[in-house]
Design a protein around this ligand. Structure first.
Ligand code: HAM
Length: 422
C-alpha cells in the first residue's frame, strides 16, 4: 500500500524535526504575548468558498457527509478565526493576539515545498488598525525565523500593498468585480511566462509595460514602508524587509498591507504569507463586528527545507533533537540476580522525573555501556557486586562514585539538575 501523493509518514526522526519546528513556533509566539486557540478540522464547504476565495476553493478536500452536508477539511485558519472572534467578540479585550498550529489539507500539485498536508503557524492580531500592529506582526515573524538560526542573509520579508494595485487597476478601467482576477494575474507574475501574463493583462485592457513600470517605481508606497522600517529598526530588526509590489497574495480577503517571506537564494516557495483583512470580521457577522485584523501563516514544509539547506540552522536543529531524544540515565544490571532491585530503582528514578532506560534482556556489561552511550545518557547507575551500594558513573568524564541508595538523589541533582517531581 502506497502513501497518498502529498501525504507524509512521520518516522521518529521526522517527528523530531516536526516537534522542533512546532516547539520553537509556540515558544516565540508566547514570547510576543500571543495565546493559543484552535478550531475544527472539518468546516462547511461554503466557509472557504465564500471567505477564502481565489485558487484555494479549487484545492479543497471536500465531500458530502452522512447527514448530506457539503463539508471540507480545513485548508487554512483565517475564516474559522474570523467566525470564532465575530461570535464572541464581546468576551475578549482588544487587541487580541492569538496563535494556532493546525494541520491543513489542500489538493495541490505535489512539488518541492508544497504538499497536500502540512502544518501552519498562524499569528493574528485583531482590533488594532494602526501601523504599530503591522510592525509587531512582522517583528514576531522575523523573530520566529531568527529563533531557528536564520539571518538576514537567509530570508527576506517582501511587503506590499494591495491598495496600490486597486488604484492602479481602477485608473485603467478594470471593473471592481474583476479586481480579484486581475490580482491573480499579478500574483503569478514571477512564475508565469511574460507573454502569457501580457495576454492575460490585455484581457483587462492593461499593458504589461504599464505593470512593469509601476513595479519599477512604486514611489507612492515608500512612505508606508518607512514607518514600518523605523519601528523594526528601533528593535534592531531592520534589514529583513523590502518593498515589492509583485506580492499581492492569492486569497480574497486581504485589504491592504500584504507580505510574503522568501529565502534569499530564491530556491524555495514562500515560507510564510499574510496581511491585513480589515473587512472579513464584518463580512462574517453581517456588519455587526467591524474589527480590523491582520495575520500570517507560516508552513512547516518550506521551513524544514530551508533548515536543512542552512548549515547553522541545521546544526541547531540536530542539537535540539539529540537533547530531546537523549535519556538522562541508564541502569546497568551488572549481575542478573540484581534485576528485581534494578527494576525498583528504575521505577524510583522515573518517579523522580528522570528519563531512564535499562536492558530488557540480559546483556554483557560492555554492551550495556554502549547502549547508554547510544541513548545519549549523561550517567549510568550500576547494580553489581557492591550491592546494596550503587555505582554512579558520569559518562562524559568517566568519574565514578559508590553510593547508598538514599544518597543517590542528591548526587543526581548535582549531575543532572533537579527534577520538578516530588
Ligand atoms: P497562504 O499563503 O495560503 O496563507 O499560506 C501560508 C503559508 O503556508 C505558505 O507561505 C506556505 O509556507 C504554507 N503553505 C501553503 N500551502 C501549502 C502547501 N500546499 N504545502 C505546504 N505548505 C503550504 C494562508 O493560509 C493565510 N490564511 C495566512 C493568514 C493568516 N493570513 C492572515 N492570517
Amino acid at each position: 500500500m502506497q502513501l497518498l501523493p502529498g501525504f507524509r509518514d512521520f518516522y521518529p526522526e521526522d517527528c523530531a524535526r516536526r516537534n522542533y519546528i512546532l516547539s520553537r513556533w509556540r515558544e516565540v509566539a508566547r514570547r510576543y504575548g500571543f495565546v493559543e486557540y484552535d478550531g475544527p478540522v472539518l468546516e462547511p464547504y461554503e466557509l472557504y468558498q465564500k471567505k477564502s476565495g481565489g485558487e484555494l476553493v479549487g484545492q479543497l478536500f471536500d465531500f458530502v457527509d452522512k447527514g448530506g452536508r457539503h463539508v471540507a477539511m480545513r485548508p487554512e485558519m483565517t475564516p474559522t478565526l474570523a467566525r470564532m472572534v465575530a461570535a464572541r467578540e464581546r468576551d475578549f479585550k482588544k487587541p487580541l493576539k492569538w496563535f494556532c498550529i493546525p494541520q491543513f489539507f489542500r489538493y495541490e500539485k505535489q512539488q518541492r515545498g508544497r504538499l497536500r498536508e502540512f502544518y501552519q503557524l498562524n499569528c493574528d492580531i485583531i482590533g488594532e488598525a494602526g501601523p504599530s500592529a503591522d510592525a509587531e506582526l512582522l517583528a514576531v515573524l522575523i523573530d520566529l525565523l531568527r529563533s531557528f538560526g536564520l539571518q538576514k542573509e537567509d530570508f527576506v520579508v517582501r511587503v506590499s500593498d494591495r491598495n496600490a494595485w486597486t488604484q492602479f487597476a481602477g485608473a485603467r478601467g478594470v471593473a471592481p468585480e474583476r479586481l480579484l482576477d486581475f490580482l491573480a494575474v499579478i500574483d503569478k507574475l514571477e512564475r508565469a511566462p511574460r507573454e502569457e501574463t501580457a495576454r492575460k493583462l490585455a484581457d483587462f485592457g492593461v499593458s504589461i509595460e504599464a505593470v512593469e513600470q509601476f513595479l519599477e517605481d512604486p514611489a507612492a508606497e515608500a512612505t508606508g514602508l518607512k514607518t514600518l522600517t523605523e519601528d523594526l529598526a528601533a528593535r534592531g530588526l531592520d534589514g529583513f524587509v523590502e518593498l515589492d509590489l509583485r506580492i499581492v497574495r492569492g486569497l480574497a480577503y486581504y485589504t491592504g498591507f500584504v507580505f510574503e517571506v522568501f529565502d534569499r537564494n530564491k530556491k524555495e516557495r514562500a515560507l510564510a504569507g499574510g496581511g491585513r483583512y480589515d473587512k472579513l470580521l464584518s463580512l462574517m457577522s453581517d456588519g455587526k463586528v467591524g474589527l480590523p485584523a491582520l495575520g500570517f501563516g507560516m508552513g512547516d514544509v518550506v521551513l524544514d527545507n530551508l533548515l536543512r539547506e542552512t548549515p547553522a540552522a541545521a546544526a541547531l536543529c540536530q542539537a535540539w533533537i539529540a537533547q530531546q531524544h537523549a535519556v538522562d540515565l541508564y541502569v546497568v544490571i551488572a549481575q542478573e540476580e540484581r534485576r528485581a532491585q534494578a527494576l525498583g530503582l528504575v521505577q524510583q528514578l522515573r518517579d523522580w522525573g528522570y528519563r531512564v532506560d535499562y536492558p530488557l534482556a540480559p546483556l554483557k556489561i560492555g554492551k550495556q555501556f554502549q547502549a547508554a552511550e547510544n541513548l545519549g545518557a549523561s550517567a549510568a547507575v550500576l547494580l553489581g557486586e557492591e550491592w546494596p551500594q550503587i555505582k554512579l558513573k558520569t559518562l562524559a568524564t568517566r568519574a565514578e562514585v559508590l553510593l547508598h541508595r538514599d544518597e543517590l538523589r542528591t548526587h543526581l541533582e548535582q549531575i543532572l539538575g533537579a527534577t520538578t517531581r516530588p
